[in-house]
Design a protein around this ligand. Structure first.
Ligand SMILES: [Fe+2]
Length: 315
């Protein structure tokens, strides 16, 4: 009798330990990933781009705020924020305080659905159902009307005041200033961004035209890496696409990887550097696993919260 109960009991103990680890330790194990992406033209000086995403700030998340502030010590040439800054309508001041040191650097941003709408509880099993059905995001243009809105305009106004470029279905351009230690001064970067495809706010026609040939580099920026968006950017010839949204799968299986991507991209490209090919063109793609979670699912497993320092180089 004792042996028959031993297996379920040890399984329950293992599950409880994993949940305690995921909720108590890994979700706060912030780390910086460093990647080199050979995307610049021959002879160009390296360019250091800090990619932050999916902060999902909730009031009182002091460890995350300290870590975000510490990223300024990297002195990036450019900061790209791919959205989902909020997971609490009251957290705009703490989000801006945490991002304050990074707002001193040249930057650009797009928003994700969680910047516009307050989080709601979702059964995690729904992500598996969506993966099986191939239906992700929303069928309409916005979440149900009872979902409260976040004060996203307060983030926008603060980012804009700091000089970050708003890429919400928009194009922009940044000429990097000179400061000690940077070899990228004077580099001209053209940026093309879309609003969040996960809630069908992307309007590619508004930003059509492809890379700017007189810029030193063109970067495409979007929150959720849906295939229709990757196809459009790649077919137009953008050498680099930056995205977030997936949380790297958030709850991953050790030595296997992500089970879900929360969009239609394949699990093999759920985070990190990969490529996207369509119509004879290939783009470099970087998907950030982000550094937060929805406030109702504050767990990460085998997928620590992250930001990425991308060193862009010549081939
Ligand atoms: Fe997110």
């Amino acid at each position: 009798m004792r042996a028959r109960h031993a297996v379920p009991l040890s399984l329950a103990a293992l599950t409880a330990t994993a949940v305690a680890y995921a909720a108590g330790i890994e979700v706060r194990s912030f780390r910086l990933r460093r990647l080199t992406v050979p995307v610049l033209p021959p002879g160009a000086s390296p360019l250091r781009v800090l990619h932050v995403s999916d902060i999902h700030m909730v009031c009182g998340q002091r460890a995350k705020q300290r870590w975000l502030r510490s990223l300024a010590s990297l002195r990036p040439d450019l900061v790209i924020n791919t959205g989902d800054n909020l997971s609490d309508p009251e957290a705009v001041p703490e989000t801006l305080d945490a991002l304050g040191p990074l707002l001193e650097f040249p930057g650009a941003y797009v928003f994700g659905s969680n910047d516009y709408y307050a989080p709601v509880f979702r059964n995690p099993a729904r992500y598996l159902v969506e993966r099986a059905s191939g239906r992700h995001g929303l069928n309409g243009n916005a979440p149900a009307t009872h979902v409260p809105r976040n004060p996203w305009w307060e983030l926008r106004d603060a980012f804009d005041t700091a000089g970050w470029v708003n890429l919400t279905n928009a194009r922009g351009r940044i000429k990097l200033p000179s400061y000690a230690g940077s070899s990228a001064a004077g580099t001209e970067i053209a940026l093309t961004g879309l609003d969040d495809p996960h809630i069908r706010r992307d309007r590619y026609a508004q930003v059509a035209g492809g890379p700017e040939r007189d810029a030193d580099l063109s970067i495409a920026v979007v929150h959720a890496p849906y295939l229709r968006v990757l196809d459009a950017f790649t077919a137009d010839g953008y050498p680099l696409i930056l995205a977030g949204h997936t949380h790297g799968g958030q709850l991953c299986v050790p030595f296997y990887g992500a089970l879900v991507t929360n969009c239609d991209i394949d699990a093999a490209r759920v985070k990190g550097h990969s490529t996207h090919t369509t119509a004879g063109h290939t783009s470099h793609l970087h998907v950030s696993a982000g550094c937060g979670t929805n406030r109702y699912t504050p767990v990460r497993f085998a997928c620590p919260p992250e930001a990425t320092l991308l060193t862009l180089t010549a081939p």
